[in-house]
Design a protein around this ligand. Structure first.
Ligand SMILES: NC(=O)c1ccc[n+]([C@@H]2O[C@H](COP(=O)([O-])OP(=O)(O)OC[C@H]3O[C@@H](n4cnc5c(N)ncnc54)[C@H](OP(=O)(O)O)[C@@H]3O)[C@@H](O)[C@H]2O)c1
Length: 333
């Protein structure tokens, strides 16, 4: 029986924060006390946990007294400003933003892959990886163990809920405007997202890659402990409500086969193989929404690069890409 903990959620009213509440409930996480934190706008609002209303409080530096686990999901600026206060008050911070991910002394953890890393947290902070990276790593980890991963070429198809609730509102309002023949307004994205795809997720860096793409390039190395892993990626926003998809070409040290790749997924917690081309059976975003597992399909030998497999993975980025992964990390403590 695990000891019940005082848990705080920073960003409790957001898309990920609400999902964290659901994951704590569904997984029967032992919570002795729950502190829900958000901006002053939400103070006094009530959210339900295990059938009881819990009042949301305004986030302050002083509100972490007695908190043992602080799940942060309110953006990088908030994590940078308040994460150290929570850690100084004695909480283990599990941070869902990119603020600390690549910092030395902050483990970057996917519980199915590197659970042991969570134990070494000299700053009292554990980072939850980028959502697209988590989903990609879930697909690649069993293959890495079978064949030794060398490089990855990826293209993502990222849902609008990855931009929070406002992404959903933008897609919905644009679809309605187009159906009524009205002008389309874009506030969240640089272009119309309805009936379109946008080859930009987050802002551009001098390298020509976007920040989201750099997360994919860098975070996998840290999670897998492969400093020489080479990754290139194009991240694309698509008019899908929820669940990110990723098309991958992965190159390995050792020879590969489709049968051995399929066998590599057998018995792996958190990944399911859905791959029957004859019956048009493969994973799609509608299949993973609200679900814990990442789904892998379309496995074939890559036609260009030796020792390589082409494959497709889909996962709910609010859940395994964020809230569920954070709660699974909390379960390791
Ligand atoms: N959405 C995803 O798929 C996804 C996936 C992986 C990681 N993430 C990361 O998770 C974090 C949250 O994303 P989200 O999609 O849940 O965003 P969201 O729906 O916009 O929610 C943001 C949350 O942060 C709170 N917040 C904003 N400003 C604040 C302030 N000054 N003080 C205290 N709380 C404040 C908001 O509270 P109010 O309601 O009071 O404004 C809300 O609870 C981000 O770092 C994001 O990058 C998101």
């Amino acid at each position: 029986m695990r000891e019940a903990k005082h848990v705080a959620i920073v960003g409790a009213t957001g898309a990920v924060g609400i999902e964290m509440l659901r994951c704590l409930e569904e997984r029967d996480f032992p919570v002795s006390r729950l502190t829900l934190l958000a901006s002053a706008r939400s103070a006094g609002k009530r959210l339900e946990f295990r059938g009881e209303p819990v009042e949301v409080q305004e986030l302050t530096h002083e509100c972490f007294a007695g908190v043992e686990i602080a799940l942060f999901s309110a953006g990088g600026g908030i994590s940078l400003e308040y994460g150290p206060s929570a850690a100084a008050a004695g909480a283990v911070v599990i941070d869902n933003s990119s603020a600390f991910r690549m910092d030395e002394g902050v483990p970057l953890v996917v519980p199915e892959i590197n659970p042991e890393a969570a134990a070494q947290r000299p700053r009292g902070i554990i980072a939850n990886p980028n959502c697209t990276t988590i989903i990609t790593m879930m697909a690649l980890w069993p293959l890495h163990q079978a064949f030794g991963l060398k490089s990855v070429i990826a293209s993502s198809y990222q849902a609008v809920s990855g931009s929070g609730a406002q992404g959903i509102v933008e897609l919905e309002s644009q679809v309605q405007a187009i159906v009524k023949g009205e002008a389309v307004e874009s506030r969240v994205y640089p272009h119309q997202i309805a009936f379109n795809v946008i080859p930009q997720v987050d802002s551009f860096t001098e390298s020509g890659y976007t920040k989201e793409e750099l997360k994919m390039l860098n975070e996998g190395r840290k999670i897998l402990g492969l400093p020489d892993l080479r990754v290139t990626c194009t991240c694309v926003r698509v008019p899908v409500y929820r669940s990110h998809s990723v098309s991958l070409t992965a190159t390995f040290d050792r020879p590969v086969s489709v049968a051995a790749a399929r066998a590599a997924y057998a018995g792996y917690a958190g990944v399911q193989l859905i791959d029957v081309p004859e019956t048009a059976t493969y994973p799609m975003p509608l299949d993973t929404t609200g679900k814990d597992d990442c789904l892998v399909g379309r496995i074939r030998l890559d036609a260009v690069i030796d020792n390589s497999l082409a494959l497709w993975v889909v996962g709910d980025q609010v859940r395994k890409g964020a809230a569920l992964n954070a709660v699974q990390i909390a379960e390791l403590l």
